[in-house]
Design a protein around this ligand. Structure first.
Ligand code: GLU
Length: 476
């Protein structure tokens, strides 16, 4: 029997790119220019830990510099390798183009299992890695701006920002060298929840698309829809939490490293999250059925499947067994090119990664702008807005007094209307707007072009078109 070999992550991204680009009419050579990764820097550095020198390997790949700075997270994981960072950097290019974040694509990674080190050790390793990258302008406010990814978060971003600032003491824009920082170190409200929030906004917009819903054989609203989530990390946790608490969806399955939880009546996401924080995994969680073979739960009946963990989890070996109507790729590259083909043939609609998880980089963009403008969003206009609203309320109050029982203003309206938007409200509004507009640009291509039969191809067509236009504007 011949064994079917799955292409690598990088090859998978290229195959999907090729499928779309074959439908375009790009000038000769431009297609290849866009596809290839411009450069990948590999660094090996030593850190003295526990009495001996340990050598670490890290990467920063720059996929496309049609716009600068280039943007993309830094991942800490043992799975990091050149093929992976290059695939992820390419996805960043397409993602930024699709949501109109004015960046090229980049990605970094360090081969490390962060759970094996204490905080002090991790700080030394992170600072050393940041030093190596900053020295070569691979961390720089106008050249290359990293952000969190798998295995990293606000804490690591604060170390990176501080390291860059120490190396560039006169750079007034130093804080803009990295995004995803804590609020007290130049971050922005709503960045931590942003990717999960973006998944929620993406689904809300999908549910407004009657034709898309028909293609996915779905009806009604998100309320009561059965959702299975793989990975309760930052992205999966926030997406599942918002969908269950705000949209009334039922989170029937949660898949984690140590198995899966299943409850057809819906799991309490916050309780599961608290359990993981306390016990390091889902094992022992009392209020659900536990399955040791977690990935089997990907194949359970559900309306929406949210892979929010690793790449390549839906592939040639299991795609045929997936029963969801809709898959939303909260992770980068969770479906391989082969898996994608099987799912498409089965009529399962996939909301592709480059759109579905773009909430993170969108709010990173807002953070970068905030850092460069040196002022918090809403600071100038909030109270002025409130004062103008007060005028309306005063007038309505006067009317209220004259009308007696015939009409009265609801107290909730008064409270809600009076409040001017702070940074968090503005960030959420900007993110919602971005997710809606990007969806609509893909949707039009998906529904109008006979040769773009799926959302991923539509997403590539839109984003490659934008990248090509900016190369052409440069005279390339
Ligand atoms: N690592 C995230 C991603 O894959 C965020 C990137 C960023 O904010 O620059 O999109």
């Amino acid at each position: 029997m011949t064994q079917i070999v799955e292409p690598s992550f990088r090859e998978s991204v290229d195959l999907m790119f090729n499928r779309a680009v074959a439908l375009m009419d790009l000038p000769p050579g431009l297609e290849e220019k866009i596809r290839v990764c411009n450069a990948t820097y590999t660094v090996r550095f030593g850190v003295r830990l526990r009495g001996q020198i340990q050598t670490f390997t890290g990467y920063r790949s720059v996929h496309s510099e049609h716009m600068e700075p280039v943007k993309g997270g830094i991942r800490f994981s043992m799975g990091v390798n050149q093929d992976e960072v290059e695939a992820l950097a390419a996805l960043m290019t397409y993602k930024c183009a699709l949501v109109e974040a004015p960046f090229g694509g980049s990605k970094g990674g360090l081969r490390i299992d962060p759970r094996q080190y204490d905080e002090h050790e991790l700080e030394r390793i992170t600072r050393r890695f940041a030093y190596e990258l900053a020295k070569r302008d691979l961390i720089h406010p106008s050249q290359n701006v990293p952000a969190p990814d798998m295995g990293t978060g606000e804490r690591e971003m604060a170390w990176i920002a501080d390291q860059y600032t120490r190396m560039n003491t006169t750079d007034i824009n130093a804080k803009a060298c990295v995004t995803g920082k804590p609020l007290n170190a130049g971050g922005i409200s709503g960045r931590v929840e942003a990717t999960g929030r973006g998944v929620q906004y993406a689904l809300q917009e999908f549910f407004r698309d009657a034709e898309g819903m028909k293609k996915a054989k779905l009806t009604g609203s998100l309320d009561g829809k059965r959702v299975i989530v793989q990975g309760l990390g930052n992205v999966g946790y926030h997406a599942a939490k918002f969908l269950s608490e705000e949209n009334g969806s039922l989170i029937t399955g949660i898949i984690e490293r140590d198995g899966a939880l299943y409850d057809p009546a819906g799991l309490d996401v916050e309780a599961v999250h608290q359990w993981i924080v306390k016990h390091g995994g889902i094992t022992g969680f009392p209020d659900a059925t536990h399955t040791a073979e977690g990935t089997a739960v990907l194949e359970e009946e559900c309306d929406i499947l949210i892979p929010a963990a690793l790449e390549g989890v839906i592939n040639l070996s299991n795609a045929a067994n997936i029963k969801a109507s809709l898959i939303i790729e909260a992770a980068n590259g969770p479906v391989t090119a082969g898996g994608d083909e099987i799912l498409r043939k089965k009529g399962i609609v996939i909301i592709p990664d480059m759109y579905a998880n773009a909430g993170g980089v969108t709010v990173s963009y807002f953070e970068w702008v905030k850092n460069l403008s040196h002022i918090r969003f809403g600071r100038m206009q909030r109270r002025q807005e409130e004062a103008r609203h007060q005028l309306v309320i005063d007038e309505l109050t006067r009317l209220d007094e004259h009308m007696g029982d015939a009409w009265s203003m609801s107290p909730l309206f008064k409270e809600k209307y009076l409040r001017g938007a702070g940074e968090l409200e503005l960030v959420r509004s900007g993110l919602d707007d971005t997710m809606r507009i990007a969806y609509q640009s893909m949707r039009d291509v998906w529904h109008e072009r006979d040769d773009a039969q799926d959302l991923r191809t539509a997403a590539y067509l839109v984003s490659i078109g934008k990248v090509a236009a900016s190369y052409q504007a440069k005279g390339l």
